[in-house]
Design a protein around this ligand. Sequence first.
Ligand code: C2O
Ligand code: CU
Ligand code: CU
Length: 472
Amino acid sequence: MDGRLNRRSFLQLCSLGALSSAYPHAHAVKHANQTARVELFAKTGETKIVGRDFPATAVWGYNGQIPGPPIRISHGQSLDVTVNNLLEVPTSVHWHGIRLPNAMDGVAGLTQAAINPGQSFRYQFSPPDSGTYWYHSHVNAHEQIGRGMYGPLIIEEVTPPVVDRELVWMIDDWRLLDDASISDDFSSGHDLSHAGRIGNVPTVNGRFRDVVKVRSGERIRLRLINASNARNFALSFGELLPTVIAIDGQAVTPYKAKAPVIVGAAGRVDLILDMIGDPDSSLIVTDSFYRNEFDLCRFAYDKKPLRNSAINESMSLQPPLLPEPDLSNAQNLEIVIAGGAMGGLQRAIYNGEWLGLREIAQHGYVWAMNDIVGNKLDMSPLISAKRGQTIRLTMRNETAFPHPMHLHGHHMKLLSIDNNVQSDPRWLDSPLLMPKQSMQLAFVADNPGDWLFHCHVLEHHRAGLGALVRVA
Ligand code: C2O
Ligand code: CU
Ligand code: CU
């Protein structure tokens, strides 16, 4: 038996002890001037993930916190972030979803050298888009993110929708042992070749089965950020009918979510929630992405209502400020994702050479894009584009697992899924491609540099599911 704590034993244990009911307040790092200065310390810390009755969990985090300190600026402000590495291993920080200059993208080995222990690096950029983003380590990400190295990055709209309150939920799942310590079986062969490192303890802002206090009649903007290594979420909010207002940071035409809200690994969804429950009642937020449903957290209504009827204000955000693809003049590319367990991949190109899957797997690689194992950051690019060129991608997932495919430095317009043309196309930086699904996406390659394009199931990336996009 391994000592992995399954969900049932946690449920049993946790019903015995009270859980903390506080929710973390977003701490704004705001300045009157145009540049917000932030100092981050990558360091070890301790946090109570599973409640008082368990020991604290030793984590790695920004300023030792889980999640790292929220970085929140207004659209139009610039960021100047100094990252100090107080860990004993190299690290770097990536600003997920931000269209920034390549040299600030934080991919160690590609856009910068890793920040060695005791060293620091200064990231300076002006986020061009408002919305919900996040920052995370991009060195050994499967381990460093798995140990907690992430935080929210919020670029506020100049005219945000009217709400009573805003909540940021970084959702994650941890793989904990019985003593609440992090299981250190990072990149096990099974995780690499199957669904990735799926944990056993789902959390909101680092807390298992958190209780969030709300008031009847309150309108909440909920920013969901999925910081899991591999877990996708499908969240249900009971009687509430959430309105989706943004996905991956970019505005969508607001719509009521009649089905569970999907937040793929690395994805973000902004919701407006009108809290219509009775005072003193409670509501459980559940997940149903995988076969086993579970409770993620609970809303607890205060005894006193805030107001008796819901706010009636527009929820629309300003439309995205992204360059429109020119489909009449596009470079068309088909990308086939293959490999993994039950994937049937026979051979692939590894370091420029065709090898059988067994040989490749001996090096720890099991996935390929267009037959190429993405095992290096200096490999030749899968896509090369002249600056300003429109790229139209048809991605096909021939594997047995979902893949949230993340492109750095750009947003992609989702044109169709399985040949169903999207009537109201959305812009994504991490589209979740389900097994056997195909998607057509387009983007203007307008940001010069070498950019990563990889699966954000971090174990899949580690095991070869990554490529480069070169914009020159
Ligand atoms: Cu969110 Cu390459 O990363
Ligand atoms: Cu990214
Ligand atoms: Cu994947």
